[in-house]
Design a protein around this ligand. Structure first.
Ligand code: NAP
Ligand code: ZN
Length: 347
């Protein structure tokens, strides 16, 4: 039996998000149903609902930072019991057979990837995200969540968390390294927390002078206002790694200039406009530009377990779902500390 779900959807790229009822698929043999308690608000939700990258599938229910309790089990679902906590990130299915899936990087599945929303499921029907009271997902794509962390603060780990944890681990960022995190929003503040937890010296490069104190409270060692030329000049060639989490269009060349020779520039931000990078700024100093996209199933569970062990959650502002537009407006202005999370009780 299908379930009627409540949620907030954008009917078009121009219309504001508004209450919408829709059907969730029947709970299949290996599926679980989750009663959603909290959903984080990622900047990707804005890019996609507003067609900033490409034409989306509408109506669109955004949200890929989902936590809640398991409320129904498929006949052969064994991973969870009713009442357990579960979390869902940026994807809800994949082929499980291609090299990427076999490599634990299901987010890059080249055969049948299914993103959590703005996508079609394997049944050909559109899938809807976490700004909703319930969701049905194959149990393999639901992560175990520790009961000991603040649950609302866990939600953003499912995207902002894994997206920053994964590249820092891949590049072995740790003790003895100087890491610059560019942009102090949802991803950036998790980059600061993970950078510190892994032992690096962390500097925030921000366009918002008002975020300095909070950055230091998050554990950052230094704070640079990236629009102040003198401060950027003083940082010339001082970082081993730069983690760029910027959502808006900007000039990356000044951020490349603060990398040491042989340094690595890891980009996770997805501004709509392509970058212009001078070949000189890469050649001079053998610089590496690397990308990173979310994280696969095994690493996402590893990250959640790491957070439980190190007592790491996101710093959040809990919002009523009817205030989602205010949250989007504030994020567009960089005014976010540091992740909006929707309290699904307010739906
Ligand atoms: P967010 O919370 O809105 O934070 C973005 C921050 O970037 C802002 O707070 C601001 O920080 C800075 N910023 C924004 N516009 C800027 C501009 N024009 N120039 C310089 N700095 C600017 O966004 P988020 O949720 O962290 O997401 C960040 C980006 O990552 C988005 O593009 C999102 O789509 C992308 N993303 C990628 C992945 C992936 O898999 N790679 C996963 C999730 C999200 P300051 O105020 O400190 O300057
Ligand atoms: Zn996201």
């Amino acid at each position: 039996m299908m379930t009627t779900a409540k949620g907030y959807a954008a009917q078009t790229a121009e219309s504001p998000l508004a209450p919408w009822q829709f059907e969730r698929r029947e709970v299949g043999a290996h599926d679980v149903q989750i009663e959603i308690l909290y959903c984080g608000v990622c900047h990707t939700d804005i890019h996609l609902t507003r067609n900033e990258w490409f034409e989306g599938i509408f109506p669109m229910v955004p949200g890929h930072e989902i936590v809640g309790r398991i409320s129904m089990l498929g006949a052969h679902a064994r991973k969870f019991s009713i009442g357990d906590l579960g979390g869902v990130g940026v994807m809800v299915d994949s082929c499980r057979k291609c090299p990427d899936c076999k490599n634990g990087q299901e987010q890059f599945c080249s055969v049948a990837p299914v993103q959590t929303y703005n996508n079609l499921g394997h049944d050909g029907q559109p899938v809807y995200g976490g700004y909703s009271n319930t969701i049905v997902v194959h149990e393999d794509f639901v992560h175990r969540i520790s009961e000991k962390l603040d649950l609302a603060g866990v939600a953003p780990l499912l995207c902002a968390g894994i997206t920053t944890y994964s590249p820092l681990k891949r590049w072995n960022v740790g003790k003895g390294h100087k890491l610059a995190v560019v942009g102090l929003g949802g991803l950036g503040h998790m980059g600061v927390k993970f950078g510190k937890a892994l032992g690096a010296e962390v500097t925030v490069l921000s366009t918002s002078p008002g975020k300095k104190e909070a950055a230091m409270q998050l554990g950052a060692d230094h704070f640079i206002i990236s629009r102040e030329e003198a401060q950027m000049k003083a940082a010339f060639k001082t970082f081993d790694f730069v983690l760029d989490t910027v959502s808006g269009n900007s000039d990356v060349n000044p951020y490349l200039a603060v990398l040491k020779s042989n340094g690595v520039y890891v980009n996770v931000g997805m501004p709509a406009k392509p970058w212009e990078v001078s070949s000189f700024s890469l050649a001079t100093g053998n610089k590496v530009i690397a990308g990173s996209g979310a994280g696969g199933l095994p690493e996402t569970q590893q990250m959640l377990d790491f957070c439980a062990e190190h007592d790491i959650v996101s710093d959040i502002e809990l919002i009523d779902i009817k205030d989602i537009h205010k949250a989007y407006d504030r994020m567009q202005k960089g005014d976010v500390r540091y992740r909006f999370v929707i309290d699904m009780k307010t739906l």
